[in-house]
Design a binder for this molecule. Structure first.
Ligand SMILES: NC(=O)c1ccc[n+]([C@@H]2O[C@H](COP(=O)([O-])OP(=O)(O)OC[C@H]3O[C@@H](n4cnc5c(N)ncnc54)[C@H](OP(=O)(O)O)[C@@H]3O)[C@@H](O)[C@H]2O)c1
Length: 258
């Protein structure tokens, strides 16, 4: 674990699993901006440490980079020993996925190892991470778990069975956890991103970022600004418990189907 602390925070821990240059990083930045201590997790610790350094500096927040391979139960357990040592995990965002080729793969060409890996990253990893944080959330009757889905969460797509099966299972996990734990004070929601996530519109510098609502449309290429998507994760977290969302879908304007 590498710490990039720059100031004390009195708020809970946000653990974001699956942090790369797009959505994961933007969600981390948003919660850091709102005053949370953030733990960012993925396999590439060198890149994560650069993200942690950048976000800590720009948002004056505490950001911890922790290595995890969420397809490996031992790695998840060890990583969460580090996360839980930071304090109570108030928010878990499960964002990891196994990328698939842009072009469809014929079903008979998909190797079982690749299929299993996709299930492990999209859904088994989510199961393992949720098990790490739910007991603490239930004890405090407080917490938010947000799972990232995509178009493949809802419909089987020819040539993308690996992605679809992993994301379908993630959606089922989200619904099951919501029904079991929302009565105990834990908000569980599934975010379906129905579009292509692009790079942040404002580059990587926090000082260049727009406020909520400033972007009135998607980018010229039809992709989604991950900072705009990250705003939705924040809004889900701060929803009044009298009116919690279980599932939400997001798409850019204009919408590009793929
Ligand atoms: N990109 C899109 O167009 C798009 C569209 C719809 C939905 N989504 C969803 O949005 C989410 C984020 O996608 P994104 O493209 O914006 O990626 P991102 O948040 O920039 O990065 C996700 C990161 O997950 C990490 N990861 C992959 N396998 C992992 C593993 N076994 N253990 C731990 N971490 C792992 C990877 O980092 P390491 O290599 O360092 O582990 C990757 O960079 C995904 O759930 C995806 O399904 C994306």
């Amino acid at each position: 674990m590498r710490s990039m602390a720059s100031s004390a925070s009195s708020r809970g821990i946000v653990a974001i699993v699956g942090v790369g240059p797009k959505l994961g990083r933007c969600i981390a930045r948003k919660f850091a901006h709102e005053g949370y201590t953030v733990a960012i997790l993925a396999r590439d610790l060198g890149r994560l440490s650069r993200f942690a350094d950048e976000i800590a500096r720009e948002e004056k927040a505490q950001v911890f980079a922790i290595r995890i391979d969420c397809s490996d139960s031992r790695s998840v357990r060890e990583a969460f020993e580090g996360v839980l040592s930071l304090g109570f995990v108030e928010v878990l965002v499960y964002n990891a996925y196994q990328p698939v080729p842009w072009h469809p793969t014929s079903f008979t060409d998909i190797h079982i190892d690749s299929f299993q890996k996709s299930l492990a990253v999209s859904s088994i990893g989510a199961f393992l991470c949720a098990q790490q944080v739910i007991p603490g959330m239930v004890d405090r009757r407080k917490g938010t778990i947000l799972f990232t889905g995509c178009s493949a969460s809802l419909n089987g797509i020819a040539g993308y069975s690996e992605l679809c099966c992993g994301k379908f299972a993630l959606r089922a996990l989200s619904q099951s956890l919501a029904r079991e734990f929302q009565p105990l004070g834990v908000h569980v929601a599934h975010v379906i991103i129905d579009g292509v996530v692009g790079p942040p519109r404002a580059g990587t510098s926090g000082s260049q970022r727009s406020s909520v609502g400033e972007h009135q449309s998607g980018g010229g290429d039809g992709s989604m600004d991950p900072d705009a998507v990250a705003q939705t994760y924040w809004h889900l977290h701060i929803q009044d418990r009298a009116a919690w969302t279980q599932e939400i879908d997001l798409r850019p304007c204009p919408h590009r189907l793929f």
